[in-house]
Design a protein around this ligand. Sequence first.
Ligand code: NAI
Length: 470
Amino acid sequence: KPSHQDYKVADLSLADWGRKEIEIAEHEMPGLMSIRKKYAPLQPLKGVRVTGSLHMTIQTAVLIETLVDLGASVRWASCNIFSTQDHAAAAIAVTGVPVFAWKGESLEEYWDCTLDAITHNGNQGPELVVDDGGDVTLFIHKGFEMENGDTWAQSPSSNHEEQVIKNLLQRVGKERPGFFTNVVKAWRGVSEETTTGVHRLYQMVEQGKLLIPAINVNDSVTKSKFDNLYGCRESLADGLKRAMDVMLAGKLAVVCGYGDVGKGCAHSLRAYGCRVAVTEIDPINALQAAMEGFEVTTVEDTLGRGDIYVTTTGNKDVLTFEHMSQMKDQAIVCNIGHFDNEIQVDRLNEAKDVSRTNIKPQVDRYKFGEGREIFLLAEGRLVNLGCATGHPSFVMSNSFANQTLAQIDLWANKDKYEKTVYRLSKKLDEEVARLHLEKIGVKLTRLTVDQAAYLGVDADGPYKPEHYRY
Ligand code: NAI
């Protein structure tokens, strides 16, 4: 059980191990390390209260220490109940940075940790937020609206979770009246890591509900076209292997969704020797998958023959209870999208004729009546962080370099930004990429003055127009 100082982690004695892995990661994260070198002397976040809600992994530890190096006063929680690496959390906690995260939190504990992470100095909130999936943003907005008698339609992933949040908000309402209204007064912005969190932000803007400026980090090219794609290309298989030790070659894998994450997953599984079928709702992505040689079909069409199912859509109810009840015996079902509502896990757990056997943490077997069995990984939460350790450091250095630049920018321009969603400039995007070239031995060609004039670009960039898609 976690201890109750100004941190809550599983086991502080794991700190030395965590520190050794952080040191290894630093060598793989040249983006973050050069940002430290450039900005630490300038202290652009000096004294700024920052709350992070982002998978508490080794890579995130390097991000946290970068923000601290830039002067920030940081508190952190994980953005998923299963994604914390306990040795990373311990290593951060012993440095005196309050972290509230352990692997295997209950939903109640998860939201308590989120509240702890946003509570600075006992009664203040964050000035800046680093969010992944938008839970801190959702929580503060819901708290604010509760205190100000407003109602807001946007909901978390399940009814149960909604109730957990309501209960917690009511408790805060009694113990600290007006807390969220004060938090919002001092809150100057959020930088959002992932596709799903970004969707939430744009929905809030449309509803006129967004209370602070936001930077969409996900849609930096050096984030979504790298982390979502190449990150998942490695960490999906890591999750499947650690959970099930399954031979992938020869199996039929079904990847639902062919966006950035789906592309990484489908190509990874094919490289292992899977036959891969893809499902899509968007004709452009469906055509892309077909042109890459994947079978593009519906989930229904694969039932009885698919061995492995992976949802990558950021949508809900993609694999239904009915789908799962008709799957081939011993099929493996998992999700790599942000929330667990891609798979109808609640209906699976509530069904009368279905029995559940836990094999080990984050691996469950479900038996339908006296018949077929399927395996569900990480209770339907993101498999690469639930069953493995998420993406490798090098790709996260790209994502987190964007996060750090976004935090610096939000603070530097806090009086200019409106309450809407921004992206970082292409110039910064190119800069993030540039910071990662040397480490992997890339020799970049330089435009001549003549060539630059011919293309109509500056020899130092930006090299592409905004509409270019990479
Ligand atoms: P995306 O928008 O590029 O791709 C999602 C795709 O799913 C789209 O092409 C869409 O047309 C398709 N889709 C939507 N509903 C569908 C349905 N019912 N059936 C089949 N296809 C459907 O989004 P991206 O960037 O690929 O992210 C997907 C999810 O993964 C998001 O929840 C995101 O937050 C999450 N994510 C998870 C990561 C991880 O490490 N586990 C890393 C990055 C993102």
